[in-house]
Design a protein around this ligand. Structure first.
Ligand code: HEM
Length: 303
């Protein structure tokens, strides 16, 4: 076996054929699903300029994402080699695509703006210099025919970073349990359980559970004193009203709670925080029941 060769596989299915198919440029949707064994489906489309859907990923974004991911992974590896302790990393990447008259197009360049948080600010100069080395080894940057540049953004030390985040939500339950990352993990774990439970999954209308996961995360962040992005996007929560389209009977409630219990347990919070969070979720779930049980009903009777 040749260990220097690695192969990768994904599958893709066009879901936008509609009735007419490619009769003309407007008759078909650009939506498709990208799949890989064991992973959540990735909803794909074209750039909205090219008849795509702004709520799904387009290939141009994915190419940029691949460059950004690859640079970070290469950078972290090189940091270890140079004994630079990196405790945080984020990136805002931008790419430029040039369109040609004959309908073709190509990327002419990409710029990554990595922001690296260090345990020891004394290593800043060395840390900044490692981007060039990361760029030289990154598999994806080496595979594209346009330049990938990097402009490291001044980053705070870990202490500054924590302080900046802590100020705004200091003292809230949101901050105490670990902020955004905790609620991201909670919602992701919950919907992972839903996805693996076909009977309960049937209750969720959208083919892609990604947006529902985000709504639950943002709602909970807001409820516990964190960012108010949920209401900025969706207005007042009005959860009872928003659950009216779904038949929430006691069986559905118990299923919901079962998946939520697994998700809450996975956070491994200190007992008091665990209790506070669970108590709220249990009460909220009971308050959202909107369909009486049938006298002799069996199973979930979700529809
Ligand atoms: C009692 C059992 C429950 C069932 C069967 C249930 C089911 C559903 C379903 C089918 C959706 C639509 C998916 C979507 O498009 O987002 C939904 C949405 C949502 N659920 Fe529940 N849910 C339950 C309890 C709860 C509880 C206890 C909470 C909060 C503590 C909650 C928070 C939400 C939120 C925030 C949304 C998104 C609302 C929106 O912005 O559109 N749900 N739920």
């Amino acid at each position: 076996m040749d260990l220097s060769q690695h192969t990768y596989e994904i599958s893709l299915e066009w879901t936008g054929a509609r009735e007419a198919g490619t009769r003309d440029y407007r008759s078909y949707g650009r939506d498709h699903v990208v799949r890989a064994a064991g992973l959540p489906d990735l909803p794909g489309t074209a750039d909205p300029t090219f008849h795509g859907d702004k709520d799904r990923w387009n290939p141009e974004q994915l190419l940029l994402a691949a460059l950004s991911q690859c640079h970070m992974l290469s950078y972290l590896h090189i940091a270890v080699k140079h004994e630079v302790v990196v405790t945080g990393y984020s990136d805002d990447a931008a790419g430029t695509l040039r369109l040609n008259r004959d309908g073709s197009g190509e990327f002419t360049g990409a710029v990554l703006r990595p922001r690296v948080v260090l345990a020891d600010e004394g290593q800043r100069e060395l840390a900044d210099s490692l981007h060039a080395e990361a760029n030289r080894v990154c598999f994806i940057a080496r595979s594209v025919n346009f330049p990938v540049e990097h402009e490291p953004v001044a980053a705070e030390t870990a202490a500054d970073d924590a302080a900046a985040g802590a100020d705004e939500y200091a003292g809230t339950f949101y901050a105490q349990v670990g902020g955004k990352e905790t609620f991201r993990r909670l919602a992701a774990k919950f919907y992972e359980g839903v996805a693996a439970d076909p009977e309960f999954r049937a209750m969720y209308p959208e083919e892609d559970l990604g947006p529902a996961t985000e709504r639950l995360q943002l709602f909970l962040e807001q409820y516990w004193g964190g960012p108010t992005t949920y209401s900025e996007n969706r207005g007042h929560p009005r959860l009872r009203m928003r659950h009216m389209p779904y038949k929430v009977n006691s069986a559905a409630r118990d299923k919901w709670l079962e998946h939520m219990r697994t998700a809450v347990d996975s956070l491994e919070l200190p007992p008091l925080q665990h209790e506070v969070l669970w108590d709220y979720l249990e009460r909220a779930a009971h308050s959202l029941v909107n369909t009486p049980d049938q006298p002799h009903s069996q199973g979930l009777r979700l529809l």
